[in-house]
Design a protein around this ligand. Structure first.
Ligand SMILES: CSCCC(=O)C(=O)COP(=O)(O)O
Ligand SMILES: [Mg+2]
Length: 235
């Protein structure tokens, strides 16, 4: 067991807190058939209108493109697992409704919530940095196999309010928002850990067996197989 000291623990979601299949199968399958209807049913919602305009620009569509063409772009991005902000925004709105309606339940790895609770109880503050939108993050923590865990987290960051996950300035922006103190970042993606380390953060890689990055080379980053392999004490 490795012991770290920190003021903040910041966690990634997919592959770190939840199996990748929770996002790529459960959540993506839920969102896919609902994207078109959501756009059609929310023609005046400024968040949807803005997202659709961005999708048309980024997807190379004309301003007069129809919903079917927009949805085709979204399906292509999902097939390629592109973490593009307007796609994540629409997915987040659909998942928010899905959790509220009782259709969705988040399945965390079994080591996650006990470890986060233990660190939280020691006074370490917890935050999230995920490509999933803040709305989607909060909704997914509200209904899980471990109950409602939203109260564990003090702050949420995504690619809209922080920036891309593989770029050091995003981590500098989060550090500025969180204030002073040592930060440890947990992620399964080495390129994300590289960016966080460049911003001066301590980094921990999740090499979870059976996950896409289970056999990855984590280089200079501390690598663990489960949250049970590490303890975090308040700095
Ligand atoms: C309900 S949040 C879903 C997470 C998500 O959409 C996603 O793309 C996960 O990306 P991460 O940066 O957490 O690996
Ligand atoms: Mg991840």
């Amino acid at each position: 067991m490795t012991t770290l000291t920190a003021r903040w623990v910041v966690v990634d979601i997919e592959g770190t807190l939840t199996p990748t299949s929770q996002v790529h199968v459960v959540l993506y399958d839920y969102a896919r058939p609902r994207l078109g209807p959501w756009i059609t049913e929310h023609p005046t919602d400024p968040i949807v209108v803005d997202a659709v305009a961005q999708i048309k620009t980024l997807g190379g569509l004309g301003a007069d493109a129809g919903t079917d063409e927009v949805v085709a772009v979204l399906h292509r991005w999902m097939a390629e697992d592109k973490k593009i902000a307007p796609l994540k925004t629409l997915q987040g709105l659909i998942w928010e409704r899905g959790y509220a309606d009782g259709d969705l339940v988040t399945e965390f790895f079994p080591d996650v919530v006990p470890a986060l609770r233990a660190w939280h109880d020691k006074g370490v503050d917890l935050a999230v940095f995920s490509s999933g939108s803040v709305a989607g993050q909060v909704a997914s923590f509200s209904r899980s196999t471990d109950g409602d865990v939203t109260g564990l987290f003090m702050a949420h960051f995504d690619t809209v309010n922080a920036g891309p996950k593989r770029a050091a300035p995003s981590y500098q922006a989060i550090a500025a928002a969180l204030g002073a103190g040592e930060i440890v970042f947990f992620s399964d993606v080495p390129a994300e850990l590289d960016a966080a380390a460049e911003a001066g953060w301590r980094t921990v890689g999740l090499a979870r067996p059976g996950e896409p990055f289970g056999d990855a080379d984590f280089g200079p980053h501390l690598a663990i197989r489960s949250f049970a392999d590490v303890s975090v004490e308040l700095a």
